[in-house]
Design a protein around this ligand. Sequence first.
Ligand SMILES: [Zn+2]
Length: 341
Amino acid sequence: MKSAAVVNFAPEKNAVEIREVPRPVIGEEDVLLEVANVGVCGSDLHQWTADHSWPVNYPVVLGHEFGGYIVEKGSRVKGWKEGDRVVSETAASIDPDNPMSRRGLYNLDPTRKGFGYGVDGAMTRFVRVPARCLHRVPDHLDFEVACLTEPCCVAFSAVAENTHIRPGDRVVVLGPGTIGILCAAIARLCGGEVAIVGLEKDSHRLDIARQYGCDVIIGDATEWSRQRDGLGADCIIDAAGVSATLKIALQLVRPNGHITKVGWGPQPLGFSLDPLVQKNVTLQGSFSHNWPIWERVIALLASGQLDAKPIIGGVWPVTEWHEAFDKMHKGEVVKSVLKPV
Ligand SMILES: [Zn+2]
């Protein structure tokens, strides 16, 4: 039995098409998941437009933001049964003996391979998942929302783990994509006064961000950053998909402030980092997430403290991936969600 899958087949631009793929064979520590929904990530778009900076194992089924039902399990899988509603972490392959894995930071194991670039992802009907990646989804949490646990975990990791926001901190988020908006939402939960910054063309996405209780700025955030005492914002979360926004972050941050960079782009920087030194600023990268973050984010989604629904711009069958990708690429929607056919 074969199913339609969104396959990225070569390193060139636009090398994505629908192919019929066989049902995966699972190992003894895996489950087979029947995908309910899968989110389109900025990184799926980057692979489609071939401006990504990570190695891809072509051809590969795209998609790493997903949830579904267990339909089959390997002989050594314990604690799960067929029919369980689950979401899956993204670290499809790790070295359990890597020192980072041994301390629970397997997301930072350099040999880690993720769904959608290292191994086949979830933009299809069935996906093979190691049981250690699974998390239970409460019955009342729809899969259209639950499939977005992954980007919520990226935001939680950047804001609640890698940035130390205290109530009342002024926080500027650069970039109104999925990660930027979710970072703004988490920064609000942490007690920050939050502004999210975008360009004129981002006005639709900024309107959605407004629903999360943050201020919205088109263009220059200098005045907002300096509003309290003239010195700048306490924290900058850089969630834009280019490197150059770091220059803006360095301008907006206050002395002894903090910048967390979670958005990435392969272009080199073309400016001096002297303001980083002169202002005694901490610059922190943020990548991926691990087990305790997933459990916490599912709890936030289940309780309604974090609502991912407003960012969903539509649900398309995988065979209509092109429209779903294109709308997100053009910024007409914040997040596209797919379902298998
Ligand atoms: Zn993602």
